[in-house]
Ligand binder design. Sequence first.
Ligand code: SAH
Length: 237
Amino acid sequence: MNQPEQPDILLQIAMRVEAMPIIEQWSLTAHGKIDSALPAELWRGRAHGRQIALVIHGCDATYHCDQIGTETATIVAFLALRCTRAKLLLNAGTCGGFQSQGAHIGDAYMPTRFFFHDQRVDLDLFRAFGIGDRSIADRPSARHAAQAKIGTCSTGSSLDVTASELALFARESVTCKDMEAAAIVRVAHDLDTPFVAVKVVTDLVDHPEPVATAFVRNLAVARARLAVAIDAVVAAL
Ligand code: SAH
């Protein structure tokens, strides 16, 4: 059997609704699951002369929703990189943004710094491991092509926010709050694979409106903006 061509770029996207406009704009074709025990699904195709693979986390069989979050992000990143041997991993998705950092709904970010905000381990050897602070190279040409801002992304396992997390975000000038990126950048680092993230703001963390209400209202705008930004980034990378 022919080995499928090694992709130039593997896109990892947590939610199906975030991925569909991208799958449609490039007419990617479904290639089944990445592993028989997981719901994660793989697509393949070409865009801007590049070989593309795209993986979504898939629908949880018990809870009937996308398997968002760090646990699935880790295993999917690892398996999808191992099975595709992609040259670059691109995490695309939505995030919470911050009015205090000048964000508006629909703004695109390409963060260069990532960490976890809810892995608090107050023991000398494990404190830094829990925070998992990692930086990646800026890609100015791709970022300008996508009209995306540079920033810092903080990852955790909750959609809501605590007072101490808000204080941390202010201290560290966080621009994006999500539930996957810091976990994926860790895997990319372990597998020595270049990493890029593109995040579009669906809700404003430091705004009185509940996150869930804003997220649902703004998702359509954000996912369309994400597809445009991803097209520009892939053309420019
Ligand atoms: N309520 C939504 C579920 C969204 S969960 C629904 O009904 O479909 C949040 C997803 O979007 C995660 O994959 C996360 O990475 C991203 N996200 C968007 N805004 C976020 C925020 N404020 N905090 C954390 N993650 C956020």
